[in-house]
Design a binder for this molecule. Structure first.
Ligand SMILES: Nc1ncnc2c1ncn2[C@@H]1O[C@H](COP(=O)(O)OP(=O)(O)O)[C@@H](O)[C@H]1O
Ligand SMILES: [Mg+2]
Length: 316
């Protein structure tokens, strides 16, 4: 549905996007992640035909966005960064205007407006001018214009940026509710967004795609992925317990840490299952088994920060 091939963009001497290729199909919600300046907005502007690539192509539903812009543009909705709106228009006027641009009229236009007002919870503010709306409502107006023609593809640049936690929640719910039938790309630098709404992640840094995988695979990159903290029962000798757990060859690391035992499994091993088996078979005195919660932030940092080894090499 959404496809880009070898997209590259130079701003003068700066290569903002470097050879980016991917496809997004209906049912996929792609989180487009990256630090500030990574090239997310530039990629999205090229995908939507708002910016001419230095090289490479983008197409929506098989239509090249540069060569068949009308066909391509009728099939996607776009929420740009800091969604530009007409502040002096009321919500209803603005949505009518956007619907008309999309070729809707009469009953179809009315039905489309009613649908997006309902979906984006804008009923109470439909007669208000956009300049009087809070950021959360404005963002939902931006979303409403992006989906007024019920597009098959939806491209959103930082849709939850600057929203409070409740507003973020509402917008995420809205995205989830649309995800079944549409191909969706949303850029974000908020990692929790990935767990909340995405089923695929691309991480881009300095214009390059570093990772293209599922959120689960991204979590699995964490050095503590699947780790479990074993809390010994009060009466137990921790060192003896550590000794017993260390015998298990499916664990890559077993170490005592603050009176508990941290167990890191080898890949493809479920540490929790192994530990429960061990506890049963050997009657170990364990008070608690706690799964270690890993944060995508750590994975993201590890992937996107320039490697110290590189800078070491250059100083040598
Ligand atoms: N119009 C422009 N002119 C020159 N450089 C730009 C322009 N827009 C973006 N850049 C540069 O391109 C790089 C990528 O920017 P952008 O795509 O906005 O990143 P992101 O959306 O990931 O924060 C940055 O280094 C940015 O400074
Ligand atoms: Mg941006």
């Amino acid at each position: 549905m959404i496809e880009c091939k070898n997209l590259t963009k130079d701003y003068g001497p700066i290569r903002a996007v470097n050879d980016v290729s991917f496809k997004v199909e209906p049912g996929q919600v792609l989180g487009f992640l990256g630090p500030n300046g990574a090239g997310k907005s530039t990629t999205m502007r090229m995908l939507t035909g708002f910016l001419t690539p230095t090289s490479g192509t983008a197409s929506i539903a098989g239509f090249d966005v540069r060569e068949q812009p009308v066909e391509a543009k009728s099939r996607f909705g776009y929420l740009p960064e800091n969604g530009p709106l007409y502040p002096e228009m009321t919500v209803l006027e603005f949505l009518t205007f956007c619907g008309e641009i999309r070729g809707l009229s009469g009953n179809k236009l009315k039905a489309a407006i009613d649908r997006v007002i309902e979906l984006c919870s804008l009923l109470g503010v439909r007669h208000q001018t956009i300049e009087t709306l809070s950021k959360g409502f404005r963002q939902r107006v931006g979303m409403a214009q992006a989906i007024i023609h019920d597009p098959d593809a939806l491209i959103m640049d930082e849709p939850t940026d600057g929203l409070d936690p409740n507003q973020k929640q509402t917008v995420r719910q809205l995205i989830r509710s649309m995800s079944e039938k549409k191909a969706i790309i949303l850029s974000t630098h908020i990692l929790e967004e990935v767990d909340a709404v995405c089923n695929r992640v691309i991480i881009i840094a300095r214009g390059h795609v570093l990772v293209d995988e599922s959120p689960a695979e991204l979590h699995a990159r964490h050095p503590l992925a699947g780790a479990v903290t074993v809390v010994p029962a009060a009466s137990t000798n921790t060192a003896a317990l550590h000794e017993k757990i260390s015998q298990i060859k499916e664990f890559s690391k077993v170490q005592i840490q603050n009176g508990s035992i941290l167990v890191i499994p080898k890949k493809a091993t479920n540490a929790m299952t192994e530990l429960i088996k061990l506890q049963k078979n050997q009657n170990l005195e364990i008070a608690e088994l706690q799964p270690v919660r890993t944060r995508l932030d750590d994975v993201f940092r590890e992937l996107t920060l320039p490697k110290t080894i590189e800078s070491e090499n250059t100083t040598n």
